[in-house]
Write a protein that binds this ligand. Structure first.
Ligand code: GRF
Length: 203
């Protein structure tokens, strides 16, 4: 299945998806990487992996978010994309794009939704003294971080954690969860059973 990955920054979740898509038994191939940020380090990572990777800068469209999304949508369709994975894509989407890709656009969020939607999830998890934290892959709908949950991975919050140490523990699980959840969406019958190891992964 041809997919696109949308990024804004370093692209480590994109990297995890690139690695999975390189496996012959994985049901997706990456047709396109797009970024709203021309300086996203992930664009170079994608090109180094031999992928087509473009920036469609949002700044010239400041007064018309939907026009930016029409440009993204045109690029996705021109590349024959069937599913879109948001991976650290830091722009809110309008109903134009969420409707156009309803059921075919995934996002990864660094918390166990519905807790801690939005930004600064690790700081907020520490402030609220939860003992279990994690990440969620969900379908994208109009409401931010609100769509149906496809999979989650949990990590413990440890004594002495800082937002950075907690973020790093969650990020390792994001890199397992995203490929697993996408596999489950595209080809549930060939997807490996979720397993318990150092953390709980459920898709
Ligand atoms: C990840 O924590 C992801 O969950 C959030 O933004 C971060 C992106 O990191 N949406 P990366 O660009 O994939 O390294």
């Amino acid at each position: 299945t041809p997919i696109a990955i949308l990024i804004s920054g370093r692209g480590s979740n994109m990297r995890a998806l690139i690695d999975s898509c390189a496996r012959p038994d994985y049901p997706a191939r990456i047709a396109l990487v797009l970024s709203n940020n021309p300086d996203a380090p992930g664009l170079e990572v994608a090109r180094a992996a031999g992928l087509e990777a473009h920036a469609i800068d949002h700044r010239p469209y400041r007064r018309d978010r939907e026009a930016h999304e029409r440009a993204l949508d045109a690029a996705l369709r021109a590349a024959g994309v069937e599913y879109v994975c948001l991976a650290g894509y830091m722009r809110l989407l309008t109903p134009f794009l969420t409707t156009a890709w309803a059921g075919r656009m995934l996002n990864i969020h660094p918390s166990l939704l519905p807790a801690f939607a939005g930004l600064h999830t690790h700081e907020r998890a520490l402030e609220s003294r939860v003992r279990i934290h994690g990440c969620t892959v969900h379908l994208v709908t109009e409401g931010m971080d609100e769509g149906p949950i496809l999979g989650q991975a949990a990590v413990p919050v440890l004594a002495g954690d800082t937002p950075d140490t907690l973020a790093a523990r969650v990020l390792r699980q994001e890199h397992r969860l995203y490929p697993a959840a996408l596999h489950h969406v595209l080809a549930p019958r060939t997807a490996p059973e979720p397993h318990e190891t150092d953390c709980l992964l459920s898709v």
